[in-house]
Design a protein around this ligand. Structure first.
Ligand code: CA
Length: 604
């Protein structure tokens, strides 16, 4: 009985204990499930998103990618809501930033002495490409960048018998990127330089500020908003091109956040600097007033030392070609500019004190233009952050051609008494400083040696580039023809060939998206150049290049000589023939495409 009583006495206690344990267990489970779920979701999210290849795979598998209700707030929203929400993350926003005539090593993150903290920060948290190419000139680069074709294929660089080049009109099938993005739900904005045939709104942009006066940074006479002419700006009105272009981009993005936050955006931010005329706000110039008195020879060496530390730019610093001047010769301009202007990159030590001072004052303006552009990029980036779009915006920065050795006077002319960089001055950096800006490479804009066609390329995308890859370099060669396929794959997971009427020719570019995760994952059979008779072809680590239509091919081995100092053409004639045959085959194909269905008024 005692036992029974004891047992019966312990019964309710045990029941109560069991009940308490069950309640506690239930409470733990109820409390834990969301935590576990959250953890799993975060792990799944982390596994999926930072790795662009897996991200891309999801798109290929047809995972819906409907726009998010709040574009850009997706990252935090998704990590709370779990994998189901990943599909609803939305298409990434695209911010494509293009500089005009900026040299390969002008930016700090490419070895330059110019302050570019915003570009440097993008590079630190993104990727830098060390062998990325443009077409050597403004308009062909823009054509390639926005159509995904070589400029000659779409009649935007010169070919015989075809109205082509700066006045060429694209065939109807050669659509621009915004026209491809709009069916995917994108709102599309253009701010800055245009330099393509057609007009921005006609060619797929929802909004545009187009600065069509390339000779005045303080008082443009030709500029449009939404394809409608704006009144000319008077000098002294407080306008500066770079700031106005950034203001427009910020206006578009602010309006986007207010009215179109359910859609992703494509902002094409095309600055007109540091292209001549060298003009910048006086307070920016003042910061660089003394820096360039050290001269182009010493500063090139300094850039080269920094490039080596950064592992960018090959294995040797090219020698300055002291006898090579601007690509065009305007004797009148030299007369107007006076005895301190130089059309050859002479050794700095040979310059008179007055020449040194004048030359240094010009490069101070170039630096100020790049510096101000970086600040204005910073303001645009601030807007992207403020609208919660930072994590899911792919930001791309590049230059349309190498720095320019040109010397000319256009626009309102050059007043020798006006302070360098002011509205009354019209100056160009010329071959000495262009050699610095293109360090470590040879030659300049218009030539297709490395100095004319190499650009910095920075890619930043928190959701598309894994944390462990940030700050890395990508040595795989790429070209502006790759930008359309890259952006389309990022936006939609599809190949460019599947967009629009592409019956005319397969697009020549490759999506660079695999490179976001790993170097060496994209290969081109060859890359091809032709501009004003300057020709080149790169296949693997071999490059043939010629300056002018009547010049013989030079041959360089890029495994040891990216600075193009050791011409191997005589030693390896069979390699020259092999590469020249590829160049000619592509040339003939591009001519045939440009001539196909040629309207009568496009024949020449
Ligand atoms: Ca340019």
């Amino acid at each position: 009985m005692k036992t029974k009583n004891r047992r019966s006495g312990r019964g309710p206690v045990r029941t109560l204990l069991l009940l308490a344990i069950v309640i506690a267990a239930v409470a733990v489970i109820v409390y834990s499930v969301p935590i576990i779920a959250e953890k799993v979701d975060k792990e799944t999210w982390n596994e999926l998103l930072p790795d662009s290849l897996q991200f891309k795979e999801r798109r290929r598998q047809g995972v819906p990618v409907a726009p998010t209700p709040a574009a850009g707030a997706a990252a935090t929203a998704v990590s709370r809501r779990g994998p189901a929400a990943i599909a609803g993350m939305g298409r990434p926003n695209i911010l494509l930033v293009v500089a005009d005539d900026m040299g390969f090593s002008d930016a700090g993150c490419y070895g330059g002495e110019i302050a570019t903290p915003h570009l440097d920060a993008l590079a630190k948290n993104g990727l830098r490409f060390t062998q990325f190419y443009n077409t050597a000139r403004c308009w062909p680069s823009r054509a390639a960048l926005l159509t995904g074709y070589y400029a000659q294929q779409v009649r935007r660089d010169t070919l015989p018998g075809v109205r082509s080049g700066a006045n060429g009109v694209r065939p109807a099938w050669a659509k621009l990127l915004p026209e491809m993005l709009k069916p995917l739900g994108y709102r599309t904005y253009h701010s800055g330089k245009w330099h393509i045939d057609g007009n921005p709104l006609q060619d797929g942009f929802d909004r545009s500020y187009s600065l069509n006066d390339h000779d005045r940074n303080f008082s443009p006479k030709a500029h449009t908003e939404d394809d409608m002419p704006l009144a000319p700006v008077e000098r002294g009105a407080g306008y500066y091109s770079t700031t106005a272009i950034a203001d427009h981009a910020i206006k578009c993005l602010t309006e986007h956040a207010e009215k179109h936050s359910g859609q992703p955006f494509f902002e094409y931010l095309a600055f007109t600097v540091p292209h001549f005329p060298l003009q910048a706000p006086a307070e920016d110039i003042a910061r660089y007033q003394k820096m360039y008195l050290a001269g182009w020879d010493a500063l090139r060496e300094a850039r080269w030392r920094r490039l080596q530390e950064l592992h960018i730019g090959g294995s040797a610093l090219s020698a300055i070609e002291r006898d090579l001047g601007p690509p065009y010769h305007y004797t009148d301009a030299l007369k107007k500019l006076g005895p301190n202007e130089l059309n050859r990159p002479l050794p700095w030590r040979e310059l008179s004190p007055a020449q040194r001072e004048f030359q240094a004052s010009k490069m101070a303006v170039h630096a100020a233009m790049v510096d101000r552009m970086d600040s204005e990029i910073g303001r645009v980036l601030g807007q992207v952050r403020a609208m919660g779009a930072w994590d899911n915006t792919l930001i791309i920065f590049l230059s349309d051609n190498g720095a320019s050795a040109e010397i000319m006077v256009r626009g309102d002319g050059h007043d020798p008494n006006a302070p360098p960089g002011s509205a009354g001055s019209f100056l160009c950096i010329g071959p000495g400083w262009s050699s610095l800006a293109n360090t470590p490479f040879r030659r300049h804009k218009t030539w297709v040696h490395e100095g004319g066609i190499c650009t910095p390329l920075i890619v930043h995308w928190p959701q598309g580039i894994a944390t462990e890859h940030r700050s890395e370099l990508r040595h795989t060669p790429g070209h502006v023809i790759d930008m359309v396929p890259t952006i389309l794959e990022v936006a939609d997971g599809r190949n460019q060939a599947s967009f629009g009427n592409r019956a005319s020719a397969a697009p020549p570019g490759k999506s660079l998206l695999p490179l976001f995760a790993k170097d060496g994952t994209v290969t081109h059979d060859s890359l091809w150049w032709l501009h004003e008779g300057n020709r080149a072809l790169r296949a693997g680590d071999w490059k043939i290049v010629a300056a002018g239509k009547d010049s013989a091919w030079e041959l360089y081995d890029f495994t040891s000589d990216r600075s193009e100092m050791m011409n191997l053409a005589e030693d390896r004639p069979e390699k020259v023939r092999e590469l020249a045959a590829i160049w000619t085959k592509q040339y003939e194909e591009y001519c045939a495409l440009a001539r196909k269905d040629l309207p009568p008024d496009a024949k020449k």
